[in-house]
Write a protein that binds this ligand. Structure first.
Ligand SMILES: [Zn+2]
Length: 649
């Protein structure tokens, strides 16, 4: 099913009916509205202007469109900021952020939380049972523009209370946990603790990690306030939030427990450029399509959070305005992205936005229509997708034999002490994920601590902090279990474990990491395995090992791949080529069907359907298995095209 994001307040009520009818003709079923409209709903405190929204919802009902109503809390209006300027957030340099864009609020602010409860209550009470309203989106893109971590006075006081609770009111426990004896950082009371910014040298990593956890909890609490009110006044409607790609500043797993399912905003071209910068890459072979594994990683991540269900709430449908440069998507890309989302289990793909705004910050961000209401080139692609979708019954869910354990806290640990250039958790995760996808394997992305019993292969790119409950799950894994570097390297307090890394994982694989080296992006060492050589950069660990098998090693014998029963440990930053070869061997051992695919070709199964996507600029011949029926496309996949076949037996 398809949707679109729409801003009736930008166009006036006289355009709404015509727009809604055109959406309906295009095949749109869902429309998201309202998420930035606070000043149009409540132009002054207590003075409400409901007419335009009442009419919009009534027209939607008449035309037969389903509405997702956004709470407008990402944009507190001017009168509210003037009344309470303390709502404004403070960045890590100590600068207060001003009114005049969006996300200008502090998640901890007690006053803002009260205002949020008030406006959400008023809107939910008025529209919660409106027949056109089928669901809600809380706020918009929590954390966008670097807004999770605020350094205001309110945050400082809330952080002190958070610490006092965590360390049971005993400052000695905090001093011990953080190792504050180092550089005379010892505290006498919780009231003395500052936020970890503006220090001459790096702040204490334990202090920073606790602050990141605190800041993450603030977002979770802020969201929950809204969800509770919506549930009370809007029974039978779902609540979701539109997360972003590659964004890790708060624990999305924790927040999504309060939602019915997760949604995310898919802008492949911009995200690819940001990711390439992180990897130090200069050439981008996926300039006009986006890096396909980067896109599908988010699909797999958010599907897991939604217990098998997710939406793409904003799907790029033309050039955007916020990337380092903003290309037109390639011909066929919008259709390909839409199908890719459905192949990975999406229930709805909703395009951003209906019509390009001729004013303000996003006037260079395209929509399906130009500002004068002319359909763009991409409009036809969406029409085609809608017609194709009608021929398929996509109710089945995605099943995977492989799980990838992804952890937000791991990302925080890496970012607090990366120890060298190129050391990015997301890069490491994407290497593991890409290798699995090159073998044509479906992958579930899961948090640490959930049951892994049903998987034949479990990969953990890195898990620096291994909590007791995680370990007990790993101990029960019957499939193969692969850990990457830095796993078990820190305690919950961000210290090196007493028993040395990999800490608690020693129970699974008896080895010890004695020392690590970071190598940057240019220094390389050669790893040998299975008669092949692989060039390794970024990271390596010196390992003392009592395990029966060392499968791969470096020329100087310092580290490699270690095996104990069903558990493997990789003591280096593995290149995708190595991981692809290595996982192929493991997958075959466990009876999984794998097929090495060229870069840019992706295979995904959903129920009885198999999808193959061609993100390259070459035509690709395919072998379609027996006992199947092609339902879309053909045996030769054109560039930017796909084929779908269905099992018939
Ligand atoms: Zn704050």
């Amino acid at each position: 099913m398809l949707g679109v994001c729409y801003y009736p307040e930008h166009w006036g009520i006289e355009k709404v009916e015509e727009d809604f009818r055109r959406m309906k003709e295009l095949g749109i079923e869902y429309v998201r509205i309202g998420e930035f409209a606070w000043s149009r709903i409540e132009p002054e405190r207590g003075k409400f202007n409901w007419e335009w929204l009442d009419e919009t919802l009534d027209i939607a009902e008449k035309v037969g469109l389903k509405i997702i109503l956004g709470t407008p809390t990402a944009t507190p209006p001017k009168w509210l900021i003037d009344e309470h300027p303390e709502i404004l957030p403070v960045d890590k340099y100590g600068h207060k952020k001003n009114f005049g864009s969006r996300r200008h609020y502090c998640f901890s602010s007690p006053i803002y939380r009260e205002e949020v409860k008030r406006i959400v209550f008023i809107i939910a009470r008025r529209y919660g049972k409106h027949p056109a309203v089928v669901g809600w989106q809380t706020d918009n893109e929590y954390g966008c523009h670097d807004t999770v971590r605020c350094y205001c006075q309110e945050c400082k006081e809330a952080f002190q209370k958070w610490l006092e609770k965590k360390y049971e009111g005993d400052i000695r426990k905090l001093n011990e946990a953080w190792g504050t004896v180092f550089w005379s950082q010892e505290y006498r009371s919780f009231r003395e603790i500052e936020l970890p910014n503006l220090t001459p040298a790096d702040p204490n990593p334990s202090h920073v990690l606790d602050y990141y956890r605190f800041a993450s909890d603030q977002v979770v609490e802020f969201n929950k306030l809204q969800v509770e009110i919506i549930r009370e006044f809007s029974p039978g409607r779902f609540v979701t939030h539109n997360f972003m790609a590659g964004f890790t500043d708060f624990d999305h797993y924790k927040l999504s427990r309060d939602l019915d399912f997760s949604s995310w905003d898919n802008y492949p071209l911009g995200h690819t450029l940001v990711f390439m910068k992180l990897k130090g890459m200069e050439q981008n072979p996926f300039d006009r399509t986006g890096y396909p594994d980067l896109i599908s990683f988010s699909h797999d991540l958010y599907r897991g959070m939604g217990k098998g269900k997710f939406w793409v709430m904003e799907q790029q449908a033309g050039p955007v305005n916020w990337a380092p440069y903003n290309l037109w998507p390639g011909k066929g890309a919008i259709r390909l992205w839409t199908w890719q989302a459905f192949a990975h289990g999406a229930e709805v793909v909703s395009y951003f936005r209906w019509r390009q705004a001729p004013f303000a910050q996003e006037q260079m961000h395209s929509g399906l229509l130009t500002p004068d209401s002319t359909p763009t080139l991409y409009f036809q692609e969406i029409k085609k997708v809608f017609e194709e979708l009608n021929t398929l019954d996509l109710h089945e869910s995605v099943k995977s034999d492989v799980a990838l354990v992804f952890d937000y806290e791991a990302d925080w640990v890496f970012s607090i002490q990366p120890h060298g250039e190129g050391v990015h958790y997301l890069d490491l995760v994407l290497r593991f994920y890409t290798a699995l996808r090159r073998l044509g394997l479906n992958v579930d992305v899961v948090p640490p601590g959930v049951s892994l019993d049903d998987y034949k292969l479990v990969v953990v790119p890195s898990l620096p902090i291994v909590r007791e409950e995680y370990l007990s799950v790993f101990e029960k894994v019957g499939g193969l279990l692969v850990f990457g570097p830095r796993s078990g390297s820190k305690t919950e307090s961000f210290r090196i474990p007493k028993e040395m890394p990999p800490g608690p994982l020693k129970k699974l694989i008896p080895l010890e990491v004695i020392q690590v080296e970071s190598m940057g992006l240019k220094h390389t060492e050669t790893l040998r395995w299975g008669g092949k050589s692989y060039s390794v950069n970024v990271w390596r660990e010196m390992v003392r090992s009592d395990v029966p098998e060392t499968l791969a090693s470096f020329e100087d014998n310092l580290g490699g791949v270690f095996k104990n029963k069903n558990v493997f440990y990789l003591s280096f930053w593995p290149p995708v080529e190595f991981l692809t070869d290595f996982f192929e061997k493991l997958a075959l051992e466990r009876g999984l069907i794998v097929k090495k695919l060229p870069e840019g070709i992706c295979l995904q199964k959903r129920g009885r359907f198999t999808f193959v996507f061609n993100f390259t600029s070459e035509e690709i011949p395919l072998e379609i298995p027996k006992d199947t029926r092609v339902v879309l496309g053909s045996e030769k996949i054109e560039p930017m095209d796909l084929v779908i076949w269905e099992e018939t037996s």
